[in-house]
Design a protein around this ligand. Structure first.
Ligand SMILES: Cc1cc2nc3c(=O)[nH]c(=O)nc-3n(C[C@H](O)[C@H](O)[C@H](O)COP(=O)(O)O)c2cc1C
Length: 320
């Protein structure tokens, strides 16, 4: 029932993308999402060298033969990244879908993606970035609204408004997200005109997402009021769980911001301590406002199948 331009384009069962998550979207989770009929997106920026990245792609291929995607991060990074290197390897390993995200769209890289024949999705939080990617030949455009976990963009446009506005502004299929955690969100975004839905925060509580029990407990107990925006003052607004580190960074933003002062709290190594050592207050724990609607750890397949079933039920109720 939920067949759309995105299921056709990406050759997947459901119009659902399991969004890339730095440090968390590794082989086991990505493969489980794809195996369930959606498409998992590996976060390439996790891998510090060619060998580690290639090994992870091989692990995915051992776990599923369904389509998977790889995210190439175009945001400015503290550790410089050679996306061309990642692209070469993912093409050699036969990955069929590339997602780029960020403000910059380097022409060389885009030309190489386009000429390789893989499907290209570009993700942003603003219509003008989506339009630019469309002009450069993107096959699908992903937009995420203010509720979103991770980068929210600088305009604070909600998912409710951003998705239909983007649909009106472009001619290729649109994937919408930000705040989607279940079938109600999936049905709502399809009703807004999206051809597909991206969600990620809900998948932090997938069994295959190997985070510390302390973090799981915090997220299961959280309410919709437990997130805050951080890093606005340095032009990189993100939504994160309201822990001690995020509150300190938010306060620094309010005072005008200073990258040097923030750095010890926002570096990836601190997030890794949160996720994997269970030191829940020491770094950024990016999460959606939807955290208040998720309270159970389940296998990714169950999360996705429940979501589809709930959305189909909603459409059925309306049509009867
Ligand atoms: C913990 C976490 C880490 C993320 N890391 C990345 C990333 O490295 N690259 C990226 O493009 N998006 C990243 N995102 C954004 C997701 O891919 C996705 O677009 C977004 O989370 C969807 O909104 P939702 O969290 O409300 O479901 C991250 C999101 C979360 C929650």
């Amino acid at each position: 029932m939920l067949k759309t331009a995105i299921t056709d384009l990406l050759n997947i069962e459901y119009p659902i993308v399991g969004g890339a998550m730095m440090f968390l979207s590794r082989a086991r989770l990505v493969a489980a999402i794809s195996e369930a009929g959606a498409v998992g997106v590996l976060a390439s920026a996790i891998y510090k060298n060619r060998e580690e990245f290639r090994d992870e792609l091989k692990k995915i291929k051992d776990l599923t033969d369904k389509p998977v995607a790889v995210n190439l991060c175009l945001f400015p990074m503290i550790r410089p990244i050679d996306n061309q290197d990642y692209l070469d390897i993912l093409l050699e390993e036969g990955i069929p879908i590339v997602e780029t995200s960020g403000h910059e769209l380097p022409e060389d890289l885009v030309n190489n993606i386009k000429s390789s024949g893989v499907k290209w999705m570009h993700k942003s939080a603003a219509i003008r970035h989506a339009q630019r990617a469309e002009r450069m030949g993107a096959d699908a455009l992903t937009v995420v609204g203010y509720e979103n976990g991770g980068a929210t963009g600088k305009y604070d446009i909600t998912t409710m408004v951003l998705v239909p506005a983007t649909k009106e502004a472009v001619n290729v299929p649109v994937i919408g997200g930000g705040g989607v955690v279940d079938g109600r969100g999936l049905a709502a975004l399809l009703a807004l005109g999206a051809d597909g839905v991206i969600f990620a925060s809900r998948l932090v509580l997938a069994e295959e997402c190997e985070i510390h029990e302390n973090v799981r407990k915090k997220l299961c107990e959280a309410s919709i009021y437990d997130t805050t925006l951080v890093m606005r003052s340095i032009g990189a607004t993100h939504r994160a769980f309201k822990n001690e580190a995020a509150l300190k960074v938010h306060e620094m933003d309010e005072k005008g911001g200073n990258l040097e002062e923030m750095l010890p709290l926002i570096v990836g190594a601190q997030s890794e301590k949160v996720y994997f050592d269970g030191e829940t207050d020491v770094g950024m724990n990016y999460i959606s406002q939807g955290v208040g609607l998720m309270n159970e750890v389940k296998p990714a397949a169950e999360i996705i199948h429940d979501m589809v079933e709930q959305a189909e039920g909603i459409f059925k109720n309306f049509s009867s």
